[in-house]
Write a protein that binds this ligand. Structure first.
Ligand SMILES: Cc1cc2nc3c(=O)[nH]c(=O)nc-3n(C[C@H](O)[C@H](O)[C@H](O)COP(=O)(O)O)c2cc1C
Length: 153
């Protein structure tokens, strides 16, 4: 799967006023009508319990200059160094944290969860979307990448 180039997202959950974030790229579009997406989360991730408990989360698609934010939210909480982090968050009307500077934000409400091996597939309805201009951060063969040129027609 490392050969399958993806974007990078931060899944954000509100925990009684605190922001919990997790880096995720196991994300896919599921349905257009209604708009559904899925994210696969490891049973051992704290986010796994938070998604079940809160049933509401944000998907923040990272911009090219947000590699450090991706690295930060991919670490166990005890290894996260807050003072190195440049992430700032706004809140939606529903209280979900929105990462400033992200390329796209999707407001998600959990619809169902399916067990699959050591991960759970969380399927959510997308209730709101904010798209901003800019370039994405990419992940390919365990490395962060920038987007290249358009392939000629
Ligand atoms: C680029 C990248 C993509 C990742 N994608 C996922 C993913 O889709 N699902 C997942 O469970 N973990 C994924 N991880 C690992 C989690 O970010 C990592 O285990 C994190 O520490 C879990 O945080 P939590 O315990 O606070 O939930 C990814 C890590 C990186 C660097």
């Amino acid at each position: 799967m490392g050969c399958f180039a993806t974007g990078v997202t931060i899944i954000t959950v509100d925990l009684d006023g605190e922001v919990h974030g997790m880096t995720a790229n196991a994300l896919a579009s599921v349905s257009l009508y209604p708009p559904l997406l899925l994210v696969c989360v490891d049973h051992s991730a704290r986010t796994h319990a938070h998604l079940h408990a809160r049933k509401r989360f944000g998907v923040n698609v990272l911009a090219q200059d947000q590699r450090r934010i991706s690295q930060h939210y991919a670490r166990p909480v005890e290894e996260q160094v807050e003072k190195e982090l440049s992430a700032r968050f706004d809140r939606t009307a529903l209280g979900t944290p929105v990462l400033q500077g992200a390329l796209t934000y999707l407001e998600c409400r959990l619809q169902r969860a399916h067990e699959a091996g050591d991960h759970t597939i969380f399927i959510a309805e997308v209730e709101d979307v904010v798209v901003r201009p800019g370039e994405p951060l990419l992940f390919f063969r365990s490395q962060y990448r920038k987007i290249g040129e358009k392939v000629p027609d």
